[in-house]
Design a protein around this ligand. Sequence first.
Ligand code: XUL
Ligand code: CO
Length: 438
Amino acid sequence: MPKSFFPQIKPIQYEGPASRNPLAFKHYHAEEKVEGKSMKEHLRFAVVYWHTMRGTGGDMFGWGTAQRPWQTGEGTVKEAVLRARAMFEFVEKLGAPFYCWHDRDVAPHGPTLADSNRAFDTVGAELKKLQKDTGIRLLWGTAQNFVHPRYMHGAATSCHADAFCFAAAQVKKAMEWTHELQGEGYVFWGGREGYSTLLNTDLKREMDHLGRFLHMAVDYKKKIGFKGPFYIEPKPKEPTKHQYDSDAAACLNFLREYELLPHFKLNIETNHATLAGHTMQHELEVAAAAGALGSIDANMGDVMLGWDTDQFPTDLYLTSQVMLSILKHGGFTTGGTNFDAKVRRESFTEEDLFLAHIAGMDAFARGLKIAAAIRKDGRLAEFVTRRYRTWDTGIGARIEAGKASFADCEKHALKLGEVSGLESGRQEYLEALYNEFL
Ligand code: XUL
Ligand code: CO
C-alpha cells in the first residue's frame, strides 16, 4: 500500500490574496470571522466521493484520461478500502470538514445484494475509523439507485415491483451507514425516477410509488433513530427525459401532496437549476420561502451546453448570490457547500483535483465576503424593504393580516381614483450597486 496517494502535496494553507502559490488559498481562511462566524462554519465544505475518487474523465466519446493510483480496477473490497484512505488523505490535505458518498462509490457492487451489503459493511467500518482519525465528518450519504441495469426503468418508480424492493433495500442500508457514521443528513436524488416516453408510462402510479417509497424511508428513519434531515435534490432531466422532482417548486408540490413536507428539505444544485431554466438563486429562494432550504451542491454549468457539466464553481456572481441567499435565510444548519463537481477531462492530474477544489473554495469564500459586505452596506436590503412599504400600514397591513375583503379593496380603490406613488424598480442601478462589491 502506498504511504501517500498525494506525496507531492502538502496541506493547503491560507496565504492571502497576494500569494502566487497555486496550491494555497487566497481567500478561504477557515478561522476568519465573517458576520461573527468562522468561514469554516459558514461554508461547511464537503468533497464528493463520486467525482473526486471515482471520476476518470471518460465521456460518451472517449475513455477516461485520469489514471488514479487508488483505482486499480479490481473492483474489490481491498481496492475500496485503499480508495477510502486516498479520499481521507485528500480531504484532510484540502482542509474540508465534510465529505459525501453514494453507497456504491465507497464499496463495490457484489454479485448479490447480500454480497454488496457485506462489502459495504467492511468499507463502512474503515470509513468510521478514518473519520475518527481525521475528524472529517459525513455531510450526507445517499444510495446510487441509477447505475445498475436493474434500475433501467427507474428505482422507486420502476414498472417492476422487484426493482422497487432492491432500491428500498439499498436505501435502508445506506441510511443505516449514514446513521452509524453520524451523517448530518441523507439525500434522495431520483436519477432514474422519471420517464423516457409517456407512451409506456403510468405517471400517476409511478408518483404514488415514489410517495410510498419516501414514506417507508421516513418510517425507517424513525425506527433507527436517525435525527438528520432528509433532502430531495431536484433535477429536471438527464439521464431521464423528465425527472419527477424536476425543480424546487415541483419537489415542494410533490412533498406537500404526499404529506412528506415535514420530513424533507431540499438540496439545491446549480447545474440542475440551470437545466430547469432557473438560476440557482431562484431555486434557493423558492426552497427558502417554504422553509425547506437545506443544503447545496456547489458547481456550475456552461451556458452554451445543455447538459450537466458539473464544473467547479468559479463565477463570483454565482457564489456571491448563493451566499447572499444563504445568509439572508440564516445560514446552513445541517447543510453545507458540497462540491458536486468534476475536473475537466483535460485536467487529468491529481494536482488538478486540489487546484479545482481550491478554486471552488476560494470562489465561495469571496462570495461569502461579498455577500457580507453587501449586507453590511445595507442599501440593497433597504431598497427592497422600502419597495414594499405600502404593505406596512393602512389597507396593505389589513390585507396581509387577512382583515380585508374584496369589498374593502374596492372601497379603497374607489376612494383613491388612481394608484399614485409608483416608483422605479431601479434594476440597472441595483446591478451597478451589486458590482461595487465584486
Ligand atoms: C447527479 C447528482 C448526484 C446527486 C447525488 O446529477 O447531482 O450526484 O448529487 O446522487
Ligand atoms: Co448533486
